[in-house]
Design a protein around this ligand. Structure first.
Ligand SMILES: Cc1ncc(COP(=O)(O)O)c(C=O)c1O
Length: 347
């Protein structure tokens, strides 16, 4: 195996984060997130997003963050509107539904929600015989590697609020989206959108594990730690998540530069593949690419590289997923492009 483009969590931990953990390993700290490092990380995160009054909680992975956050927002008969491709809808084994909340999904070719799609979801639900749509679930960037621009995100958040819906953003890869200059969205502008809850990922951005959930809506803050505890998401050794996020959000903005590396390498990979005539259904914006390749080429490449065969298409082609990470280098990308070039020359 020359290199694995399967995902952005096959790498180890960024050396700066590991060093920070080792440097602050000695001594005792209170458990369950009451330690000094979680407090420091929470402070740095609220500063970065310009949300001084927000609560920040550290949870071990994306699925438990989505389940805990969304279920805490909803009454038993309420549901959440999601694009069909939303991670909660397709890749979390029905975790949210297992809490009793329906996911009201709408088809979205580019993975984004729009005011029209929200209307479509609302139009299906009327009275006490149906669930009540209460929240929208957005992912920035989306599971298809696309991302909302500032204008798009502002519009959809304002629209959802006007319609009385709560807004939750899954930011497993938020650092990548905020590192794209063309999206024109700074962390403080993101924080000022009026989201009710969002999380920023550490697992996919150089951390050991862990996500930081930010609650800005005061109504959703009380007893949130009880929700976490009940779902097994309150970590006794939470200090290590605090340390990771304290380092990621230190003054050098490591969180953004790691996202930026992942994006830059994906942009190089995209350009290299396009030059060879490879087609893309959706134009990539961040660190995930979904090229469409003939099946024999996919088979040949899989001998040397790791990637997901995302979706078989009916004409002898497959859409694959290639993910670049904070640790992907130019030579990893060049090797892949060279392998595609030589495989195409042979056919
Ligand atoms: C957008 C998004 N949300 C949530 C998750 C779930 O994260 P985990 O696998 O850590 O539970 C993922 C994981 O791939 C993801 O891509």
């Amino acid at each position: 195996m020359k290199y694995n483009f399967l995902d952005d969590y096959s790498e180890g931990v960024h050396p700066e984060i590991l060093r920070y953990i080792t440097d602050h390993n000695d001594g005792q700290q209170l458990g369950y997130g009451h330690d000094a490092y979680c407090a420091l990380a929470a402070h740095r995160i609220t500063e970065a997003f310009g949300v001084p009054g927000a609560d920040v909680h550290f949870l071990p992975n994306g699925t438990i963050t989505n389940v805990t956050g969304l279920a805490a927002m909803l009454k038993p008969f309420e549901g959440v509107i999601s694009p069909s491709t939303g991670h909660i809808n397709v890749h979390e084994a029905g975790a949210l539904e297992a809490t009793g909340h329906k996911i009201i999904w709408v088809d979205s070719p580019d993975g984004k929600l729009t005011p029209d799609l929200i209307d479509e979801a609302l139009s299906r639900y009327h009275d006490e015989h149906t669930v009540v749509p209460r929240a929208v679930y957005l992912t920035q960037p989306t599971e298809l590697g696309t991302a909302y621009t500032k204008a798009e995100l502002t519009e959809v958040v304002a629209d959802a609020k006007r319609k009385g819906l709560l807004v939750y953003v899954d930011g497993a890869r938020l650092p990548m989206a905020l590192a794209v200059p063309a999206l024109d969205l700074t962390p403080k502008e993101f924080g000022a959108l009026g989201l009710d809850m969002f999380y920023v990922g550490g697992t996919k951005n150089g951390g050991l594990y862990g996500e930081a959930l930010v609650i800005t809506n005061p109504d959703l803050k009380p007893n949130f730690r009880h929700h976490m505890k009940q779902r097994g998401a309150l970590m006794a050794k939470g200090r290590f998540m605090g340390l990771q996020f304290a380092r990621l959000f230190d003054s050098d903005n490591l969180w953004l530069s790691l996202g930026d590396n992942a994006n830059r390498q994906a942009t190089r990979l995209h350009a290299g593949l396009q030059e060879l005539g490879v087609k893309f259904d959706v134009e990539p914006v961040t660190n995930q690419l979904f090229p469409i390749m003939p099946d024999p080429l996919v088979k040949r490449l899989s001998e040397d590289f790791g990637f997901f065969e995302w979706q078989p298409l009916d004409d002898g082609h497959t859409m694959i997923r290639l993910v670049c990470s904070w640790a992907t280098t130019s030579s990893h990308v060049d090797d892949f492009v060279a392998a595609v070039r030589s495989a195409l020359a042979l056919t």
